[in-house]
Structures are given as C-alpha cells and as structure tokens.
Design a protein around this ligand. Structure first.
Ligand code: DGI
Ligand code: FE
Ligand code: FE
Length: 190
C-alpha cells in the first residue's frame, strides 16, 4: 500500500484531532531522522501509523491482540488506552501492509518505551511527545530543544514527566514504563 493510500485510510479511521496529531508526529519524526542520519522515509511512515489503532473500540483492540497471541497485562486491561500501541502494530501489518520489522516494533513500544530501544523506537517515542500540536505537557520548550541534541536524555526526561504525571493523578504505571525509566534514568543530568 503506498503512503498516499495509507494516509487516506487513516484519515477515515481517526478523528480529526488524532489525524492532526498523526501528521505532527510524522513530520517531527522526519526531522529527528534528519538530525540522526536515519531514514526519513521509515521514520515518517512509523510516525504516520503509530496511533493507527487509537480510535478503535476497546473490544477490538483486545481481540486484535488476542488473535496474535499478544499477552495483555493487568494494567492494560484496567487502562485499555495503553493497548493501542500493541494493537497498532497488528493493524499496521494486517491492514496497512507494513512489513518492515523496525517500523512495526516502534509502533508496538511507542507508549511505554522499553529498555535499550533502537534509534527508530526513540525517534517515534520522542516525536509523539514533542510534535507541534502537543500543548498540555510541561517543559515542552525544553524537551523540544534537547530532542535534537540528545535523544536518550530526552527519552529519560519524558518518562520522568510521564511517571510524575501518572502519580499525580493516581494512574497505574505500566511495569514496562517503569523498567524503561529505570534503564534510561542514567541519561538524566539533574
Ligand atoms: O497516543 P498518544 O496520546 O499520542 O500518546 P501515547 O501513546 O504516549 O499515550 C499517552 C497516554 O498514555 C497518556 O495519557 C499517558 C498514558 N500512559 C503512558 N504510560 C502509561 C500511561 N498510562 C498508564 N496508565 N500507565 C503508563 O505506564
Ligand atoms: Fe499513542
Ligand atoms: Fe501519538
């Protein structure tokens, strides 16, 4: 499926706001790829598809995962919003015909991250957080600057802010978010 068709299909399956966010992540991922001598095409395609399952009803996200023997954790059952990453990987492969394992993997881990992420994983993780349409997160100006200077440090700072945000609203922290932070904490300076 070519990128134009993917874009058309996505526009129909995402709400307006999510589609705008998706465009922002696609272009931001492209910029981060330029800054890191990574394939711009791969980064933009991953950015385009990272939230492809975001607007599916919970039961569809669950059945997409179950069909592919993806284990759904207790935290994911309680916070089904988390499932759009794993379900997105399945949908990107099945519906959008993506075969590139790097792209599929970056979609899978884009919400919680994971220890020892590859460059594309980090590009998508960071682009998702700093894209121009994001308004609500704290320290956005700072993170948008460091993203182009030190990707690992930016991953660490985003995880730090996410964990603090979840704690402040008593949201359950996915064990993967925590182990990812434990791994990337070494890249924080302060
Ligand atoms: O899909 P997006 O909104 O673009 O971004 P995302 O895939 O990073 O999802 C962000 C949401 O996920 C945000 O509301 C915080 C939440 N989140 C991230 N890590 C965790 C989490 N929610 C819970 N309960 N636990 C986590 O560890
Ligand atoms: Fe997402
Ligand atoms: Fe997103």
């Amino acid at each position: 499926m070519d990128v134009k068709d993917i874009r058309k299909k996505l526009k129909k399956s995402l709400d307006k706001q999510r589609f705008e966010h998706t465009m922002g992540v696609m272009y931001t991922a492209g910029c981060l790829a330029m800054a890191n001598e990574y394939s711009m095409e791969k980064a933009m395609l991953a950015g385009l598809l990272h939230d492809c399952a975001k607007c599916l009803p919970t039961d569809e996200k669950i059945s997409l995962c179950e069909k592919h023997d993806i284990i759904i954790s207790a935290v994911e059952f309680e916070n089904p919003g988390l499932l759009h990453a794993k379900a997105g990987m399945v949908l990107a492969e099945e519906l959008y015909e993506v075969k590139d394992p790097d792209i599929l993997h970056s979609i899978k881990v884009h919400t919680t991250g994971e220890p020892g992420m590859k460059l594309l994983d980090k590009i998508i993780f960071v682009a998702d957080y700093i894209e121009p349409g994001r308004k609500e997160a704290p320290r956005l100006e700072y993170l948008r600057k460091t993203a182009f200077e030190d990707l690992d440090k930016t991953v660490a700072e985003i995880l730090y802010d996410t964990i603090h945000y979840l704690n402040s609203k008593s949201g359950a922290i996915d064990p993967m978010t925590q182990v990812t932070y434990n791994y990337y904490e070494r890249y924080r300076e302060e």
